[in-house]
Design a protein around this ligand. Structure first.
Ligand code: FES
Length: 177
């Protein structure tokens, strides 16, 4: 995960209304709601944009260092926009011993992404995950919305190529006006 809250990249304008709605519907501003709220806000934008984090800081009355400390503690939370497809590679015990780290290394060799990173084409973000709940099919990965079991480097590359192909074949929508 990118843990640098001081990134100087230009901040894209985002619609904060959904974040405000989530906050306004909480029963109170106790800290116990912070982590589930971060999760819900991330589900809207696919990451935690700075302006949304600022709203949460204000609402929960937490310091910047504290909220970013929480974000950096949980690997599933991120402050930069991920690639179109997130590769969640299971590093639970069963998958680990059956070669998940080798698959991770091969993905890095080919796409130049380590866990937490996104490739240059912004198509894939690699993440590691704890047990995905189907150890009998280890090693496992969830790529985008799909679950894949008994993968190896070759099978993983085939799957990723399909996603790449699908993406390239997507019709380009023309801008109106
Ligand atoms: S350890 Fe990977 S699915 Fe359980």
């Amino acid at each position: 995960m990118d843990t640098n809250p001081c990134a100087t990249e230009e901040v894209e304008e985002i619609d904060l209304a959904p974040t405000e709605e989530i906050l306004n519907n909480l029963p109170d501003n106790s800290r116990g709601h912070l982590i589930p709220t971060l999760d819900r806000v991330q589900n809207i934008y696919r990451f935690l944009p700075e302006p949304a984090v600022e709203l949460m800081m204000e609402f929960f009355n937490v310091a910047r260092a504290e909220i970013y400390g929480v974000i950096s503690f949980y690997p599933q939370l991120r402050i930069t926009e991920p690639g179109k497809y997130i590769i969640k590679l299971c590093y639970g015990t069963a998958c680990f011993v059956k070669g998940a780290p080798i698959i991770g290394d091969k993905i890095n060799d080919k796409y130049h992404i380590k866990p937490g990173e996104t490739d240059d084409s912004k198509l894939f973000t690699l993440q590691t995950a704890s047990c995905l709940g189907n150890c009998g099919a280890a090693p496992m990965a969830i790529i985008g919305e799909d679950t894949h079991g008994t993968i190896d480097p070759e099978k993983t590359f085939d799957i990723l190529s399909e996603y790449k192909k699908d993406d390239e074949e997507m019709p380009v929508t023309e801008e109106v006006g």
